[in-house]
Design a binder for this molecule. Structure first.
Ligand code: UD1
Length: 374
């Protein structure tokens, strides 16, 4: 059986890793062998956003890198679509596997569906119900043209049901939980980030910021000032800055400067990010993936958005949605830190209750093998 996995952006490499590993074990488990050809669109091309994930997560090298790079949405997606179509015509796979909700996901979905190749969508059914987000369009279109929808949570299953997609949907749990469970002892062993940033034994927070709605608007300055205020009033904050955010800071607010306790660093690899997140007292982010990673690692998260695709993290007591108001952000950090000071150990957010048993990838591969044998 031949599959093609299409990825291109940082969060997709994390989702691919457990699936790729499970595919390579399929034959040992009495299933037909699955030969997976990885197409890297090149959406993320900086080594710190791409290569390091392949090496740390032990993902096989891509069969092809389309080197598409950055661009406006239409232009970037169109170039991916052209490149992916050529590869699919050449390889003639039995199935295409797409991951998450980036422009690479959308291009893979469109190219495969036009060629009538069955599609499996991993992390299907997520909805923010905000069509202004490029990712929301990518999710909706990808789900509707896919043949198997692998949902990470019951909420995702309900969303798919509401769009009349139940007959194609399977609840498998979250492959990002698989990735954390597989890699957290490795990160303890290998990551030197706390030492490098001189944070060993210290309280600190971690912040990330890259959503278009936050970076490509007047909100950017407010959010950056909020991070400075949190760092100055409460605790040092490590801020690995996404290249999109670096680019926007230089055009929107070139005079902005981080305060002394806001530690601006380059993007970090997966093992360092897990380590930083696990030991942090609080995470501030607009990333979907990091909201979950914080939850899986029992670190309280404050989400700098008005809505989340991961309401389980809020219901489970691990995430506070604050939007972008400086005062709300500040109060939320104060609340999280005072709760931590009252208790003597880390909270426990019961990842398994909402996100499966840490073997979503095994279930996905079993279903793919079954689908292709029919
Ligand atoms: C993309 C995804 C987003 C995901 C994020 C994870 C879409 C629509 N968005 O956003 O859902 O959360 O990845 O990081 O697909 N850039 C570089 N080097 C790179 C990549 C990007 O410098 O390797 C800069 C460029 O200036 C580029 C900008 O970042 O224009 C944005 O990159 P892009 O791929 O458009 O989207 P992300 O913001 O990374």
């Amino acid at each position: 059986m031949r599959t093609v996995s299409i990825v291109g952006a940082r969060p997709q490499f994390v989702k691919l890793a457990p699936v790729s590993r499970a595919m390579s074990c399929a034959q040992d488990q009495g299933r037909p062998a699955i030969e997976d050809f990885i197409v890297h669109t090149g959406q993320h091309y900086d080594p710190g956003l791409s290569d390091i994930f392949f090496s740390e997560l032990d993902i096989p090298a891509p069969g092809i890198d389309l080197n598409i790079g950055s661009g406006a949405h239409g232009e970037q997606t169109a170039r991916m679509l052209q490149g992916i179509e050529r590869v699919l015509l050449d390889i003639q796979p039995d199935m295409v596997v797409i991951y998450g909700d980036t422009n690479s996901t959308l291009a893979g979905a469109l190219a495969a569906s036009k060629l009538h190749i069955p599609i499996a969508h991993i992390e299907a059914g997520l909805r923010s119900f905000d069509r202004a987000m490029p990712e929301e369009i990518n999710r909706v279109v990808s789900d509707h043209v896919s043949d198997i929808l692998f949902a990470p949570t019951t909420t995702a299953m309900e969303n798919l049901g509401n769009e009349h997609l139940s007959d194609r949907s399977i609840l498998v749990g979250d492959v990002m939980l698989d990735a954390i469970r597989f890699n957290s002892s490795l990160s303890l062993l290998k990551s030197k980030i706390l030492d490098k940033l001189q944070l060993e034994g210290q309280r600190y927070g971690v912040a990330t910021l890259h959503r278009a709605a936050n970076t490509d608007s007047g909100r950017l300055r407010l959010l950056l000032d909020s991070l400075n205020r949190v760092a100055s009033d409460y605790l040092p904050v490590v801020f690995p800055v996404h290249p999109r955010t670096v680019a926007r800071i230089s055009t929107e607010c070139p005079d902005w400067k981080p305060g002394p306790r806001l530690m601006v660093v380059d993007p970090v690899g997966y093992l360092d990010m897990i380590r930083l997140t696990e030991i942090a007292s609080v995470v501030l982010t607009d990333s979907g993936g990091l909201q979950k990673e914080a939850f899986f690692l029992n670190t309280p998260c404050i989400t700098l958005r008005d809505e989340t695709e991961w309401p389980e993290t809020v219901d489970g007591g691990g995430n506070i949605l604050v939007g972008t108001s400086q005062d709300k952000i500040h109060q939320a950090v104060g609340k999280v830190l005072s709760l931590a000071a009252d208790g003597d150990s880390k909270p426990s957010f019961s990842a398994e209750k909402y996100f499966g048993d840490g073997d979503a990838a095994g279930k996905i591969v079993a279903e793919i093998a079954d689908f292709l044998s029919r």
